[in-house]
Every structure is written in C-alpha cells, then in structure tokens.
Design a binder for this molecule. Structure first.
Ligand SMILES: NC(=O)c1ccc[n+]([C@@H]2O[C@H](COP(=O)([O-])OP(=O)(O)OC[C@H]3O[C@@H](n4cnc5c(N)ncnc54)[C@H](OP(=O)(O)O)[C@@H]3O)[C@@H](O)[C@H]2O)c1
Length: 259
C-alpha cells in the first residue's frame, strides 16, 4: 500500500511491474486525478479513502514529501494492529516517526531513486530496533524487486541520501555537455561524448573491479590532455565544492528532521 501517489511511487510501481510483481498494489493519494492516472498506466488498485487504505495494509509505504508527513500521520490516527510502515521521507528520523505513530506499528526507512523504474536502482534501508527479522526480510525483498538493497545504520542515511541521487549524474552530464558545446562541439555530439565519458568509465569500474587509481592512471597519460584537465579541475577546488554542496544537502536533511 502506497500512501502518496507522486513521482517516486510511480517509479517504484513501474519497476515492480517490470519485475512481474504479482501482489496487488494499492495506492492512496489526495488527488483523484493522480490515482486514476496510476490506475490507467499500471493497473493498480486505488483507494481515495485514507482510513480504508490504511485498514487493509500490512506493509505501508509512506511516499509523501517530508513537509506533508506530519499531516498524513495525524490523518491516519491510531493503528491497533501490527503493521510495518516504511517512510521514504528524506531526513525524517525513525525516532520522530515512532513518536508520531508508535507500536504496534513498526518503522523502517527506505531511500530509493527514480532509477528503480528500470529495475536497476539501489535502495538504502534502515530499521527500528524492534522490527522483527521477518518484517526486515519483507521490506528488503520488496525493494529488491526494483534493484539492489543496501542496509545501513540510520546514522549514515543522510550521507547516503546526498550522495546517491541520480541528479549527480544528470547534473554532471548537463554541465560537461554544455561546456563541450561552448568549446565548439555540436549539441548532440557534446551529449554523446559526455555521456560516454561518464557512463563508460563507471561501467568499466563496476564490471572490472579495477581500482579507481589504476583506471585513472590508464585513462590519463601523465602530462597528457586528460591529466591536464583532471589536475586543473582538482586545482580549481572541485573536491571542496562538492564537499560543501553535500554538506548543504545534509543541513537540508536535518531541517526535515526538525520540522
Ligand atoms: N522523488 C524521488 O526521486 C525520491 C527518491 C527517494 C525518496 N523520495 C521521498 O519520497 C517522498 C515523496 O517524494 P515524491 O517526489 O514522490 O513527492 P510527490 O511527487 O510530491 O508525491 C507525493 C504525493 O503525495 C500526496 N500527499 C501529500 N500529503 C498527502 C496526504 N496527507 N494524503 C494524501 N496524499 C498526500 C501529494 O499531494 P500534494 O502534491 O497535494 O502534496 C503528492 O501527490 C518524499 O518524502 C521524498 O523525500 C523521493
């Protein structure tokens, strides 16, 4: 049962459908239009009534934005039977979720990405201590349908969140391609070159399991063009900028925890 039928819910359902997931999928959202769209697109069951939606679920996936979560939890009211609730809300800690909705509801957090729609995503999960091994397995099995699953201590969840978004890939691709265009490459060739530069390198690292140091040595002849470009990027403070930006992301996540 998904509470919230927005972007990440759509991506997860697309991935589940691709994987041939057969358990009925029910979605609740406050916008009937979104529910009808999901029903048309993925043949999910829809439940516009929140109490009925919550009443029929044993696994609840809460997929609303962090600033909508409190209101949703209030509307849900008390639940008097054992339910595993999985919050996708970035930055919102288990302790806060447990305070808002306590036992017999048990909590997990999950951080998937839209890449799960192709079945090639990665989802980090963290569990409250009291969640049973069987319930943990159920949550992991669910997200494993749409990609790999990585269990992390909750203390690492925000660092994972700011590192993992595919927006890093899209943003780097867009920036590299636009600079290449500025240097005279046509738009299409610029995007193709940039996409290969990023994807080929990463696939090679993943598939060969060669160390990054060796791959960098192999791709950048000392004193050559690639080595000049890389050292110029480093000298301009790339690492410092990235660290500062990720720290800003962490601060944003902490704001979600407080609100
Ligand atoms: N998008 C991603 O790639 C991604 C990845 C990992 C985790 N997440 C997390 O997943 C959550 C959802 O993100 P999203 O991008 O899918 O958001 P979204 O597209 O805004 O979808 C959330 C949906 O839930 C609805 N909603 C909010 N409060 C509700 C309530 N009380 N009752 C019923 N429906 C309600 C929203 O309606 P309104 O528009 O009216 O509020 C909206 O249709 C966030 O907490 C985010 O941190 C997202």
């Amino acid at each position: 049962m998904f509470l919230g039928g927005g972007r990440i819910t759509s991506a997860l359902i697309a991935g589940l459908r691709l994987a041939g997931y057969e358990t009925p999928i029910v979605v609740h959202d406050r916008h009937l239009r979104k529910l009808q769209q999901l029903k048309r697109q993925y043949s999910v069951e829809i439940e516009p009534n929140l109490s009925r939606a919550v009443g029929q679920a044993s696994l609840l996936i809460l997929a609303v934005r962090p600033d909508s979560l409190d209101e949703l939890l209030k509307q849900m009211g008390r639940i008097n039977r054992p339910v595993t609730a999985v919050s996708l809300a970035a930055g919102v800690p288990l302790a806060k979720l447990q305070t808002r909705l306590g036992p017999p509801v048990r909590w997990a957090r999950a951080m998937p990405s839209p890449a799960c729609l192709r079945g090639t995503g990665l989802t980090a999960v963290a569990f409250e201590r009291a969640l049973s091994p069987a319930a943990r397995r159920e949550v992991k099995k669910f997200f494993a349908k749409v990609g790999s699953v990585l269990e992390l201590p909750e203390s690492q969840f925000d660092a994972f969140t700011v590192t993992y978004s595919p927006s890093h890939g899209y943003h780097t691709l867009a920036t590299l391609a636009s600079v290449a265009e500025k240097l005279g490459l046509q738009r299409k060739a610029a995007l193709t070159a940039a996409a290969h530069a990023l994807a080929d390198g990463i696939l090679c690292w993943r598939e060969t399991r060669t160390s990054l140091r060796d791959l960098l040595d192999e791709a950048a002849t000392p004193g050559g063009i690639a080595a000049t470009v890389m050292s110029s990027i480093d000298a301009a403070g790339y690492r410092r900028i990235l660290e500062r930006s990720l720290r800003r992301g962490l601060m944003r996540a902490r704001k979600n925890a407080k609100n």
